[in-house]
Each structure stands twice: as C-alpha cells, then as structure tokens.
Design a protein around this ligand. Structure first.
Ligand SMILES: Nc1nc2c(ncn2[C@@H]2O[C@H](COP(=O)(O)OP(=O)(O)OP(=O)(O)O)[C@@H](O)[C@H]2O)c(=O)[nH]1
Length: 211
C-alpha cells in the first residue's frame, strides 16, 4: 500500500475518544478489555491509566476508538478536567453490588451536567444476583434524569452487551457532532440571510425619489 492510500484510509475513519470512569474496582478494566479483545481475564493491573486504540465497524462505518481506562485513587477521586476535555464520550460505570460506587456516579453526574458531552451509564457485575445492592430502576431513573444511555451488564459473562454499550455511546457522540455541525451551519446561514435582508433594504431605499 502506498502512502497516499494510507492517508486516505486514515482520514475516512471517524475517531471517537471514550473515557471509562467509575469508582475503584467497578470493573472498568474488565469492561474495556472485554470490548477490545472479547476476553475476560479476572485480575487486572490497577497501577495507572491506560489508553487503547481499537477499530470497529458501526452501522457499516469504520470507527477508530481510543479508550482511556481511568484509575481513580479512591471514591472521592472524580474525573479530572483534563479527562473531560480529552473525551468525546464518557462511559460511567458502577457496580450493582456496591452502593458506594452508585454514589460515585451520582456525584460525577453533578459535574457532568455542566459539560456538553454524551454519557452512557453502565451498571456492571449483574451476574452477582445474590449480592445486588442497586436495583435496575435506580440506575435507569438516574440515567433518564440526566438523559444518558443505560444498561446493566456483567463483564465477567457477556461480550455483546458490553460492546453494545460502547457502540451506543459512539453513536451518541457521532449524533452530537452532526448536531453541532448542523447548528454551526444554521448560524452561518442565519447570519448570511440577515446580511442579505439588510442589503435588499438598502437597495430599495436607493430607488426612492430623492426629494
Ligand atoms: N463477578 C464479577 N466480577 C467482575 C466483573 N467485572 C469485573 N469484576 C471483578 O472486579 C474486580 C475489579 O475489576 P477491574 O476491572 O480491575 O476494576 P477497575 O474498575 O478497573 O478497578 P481500578 O483500576 O482499581 O479502578 C476484578 O476482580 C474483576 O475480576 C463482573 O461483571 N462480575
């Protein structure tokens, strides 16, 4: 493949940056690894943030995902402004077997309400039925209030539902990009039509009798 065709291929890809956010231990790495490799390992390194790149087809469109698996130090370590500025979309994760982690996503929600960024709320570990502390309805209501996407999954057992959450978030990012392009275009056209109106008024003035 020559350099021209490589360049063309790259520019045809839509790039979507997703930050995976949530309290320690909710399964952020397990979910990211499931999405990227379809595998579940069980134990993961918790030392630092990790970035992965992954290309997938969504609705026949090639998408280059950049996934940032964040690594909060504790339950009070909310997403930084660097992460919020970097990301196009956020996957906000809690564990259905740990109510504290649900409190974390609620707190994060208050910060995110001021950011214009698509969010998908993902409840993990729903395989642990007997240990559940957060009901489906609680998650669903929180997501509805903030107009986020929502689903419950088990990274330990599921592949497709985990991928579906990433895909839905990606679609929301692409939609919001299209909307902001559209509104920019409308503002530009609006400004243009205003100047046309002014111009027309000036022209008709000039044909009035001079006396
Ligand atoms: N039962 C069950 N355990 C899970 C699931 N997802 C993750 N785990 C386990 O939960 C633990 C924490 O998972 P991680 O993916 O390391 O969680 P994390 O959010 O990345 O953790 P930090 O990096 O410390 O913030 C691991 O022991 C996983 O095996 C799940 O769906 N079900």
């Amino acid at each position: 493949m020559n350099s021209k065709s490589i360049r063309r291929k790259k520019s045809s890809l839509s790039e979507v940056k997703v930050a995976v956010i949530g309290a320690p231990g909710v399964g952020k790495t397990a979910l990211s690894v499931r999405f990227l490799t379809r595998r579940y390992i069980g134990e993961y390194d918790h030392q630092s943030e990790t970035r992965y790149k992954h290309e997938v087809l969504i609705d026949s469109e090639p998408i280059l995902f950049e996934v940032l698996d964040t690594c909060p130090k504790n339950e009070d370590d909310l997403p930084s402004s660097e992460v919020l500025n970097w990301a196009d979309g956020l996957l906000l994760v809690y564990s259905v077997i740990d109510r504290q982690t649900f409190a974390y996503v609620k707190k994060a929600g208050l910060i995110l309400a001021n950011c214009d960024i698509p969010v998908y709320l993902l409840a993990n570990k729903c395989d642990m039925v007997h240990l559940r502390q957060v009901s489906y309805d609680e998650g669903s209501i929180l997501a509805r209030n903030f107009e986020w996407g929502f689903s419950e999954v088990a990274a330990a057992e599921q592949v497709a539902p985990v991928a579906a959450a990433f895909h839905d978030l990606c679609k929301a990012v692409l939609l919001s990009r299209r909307k902001s392009k559209q509104s920019l275009l409308e503002r530009m056209l609006g400004a243009k039509s205003n100047s046309v109106k002014l111009y027309v008024r000036g022209k008709s003035d000039s044909v009035l009798p001079k006396d």
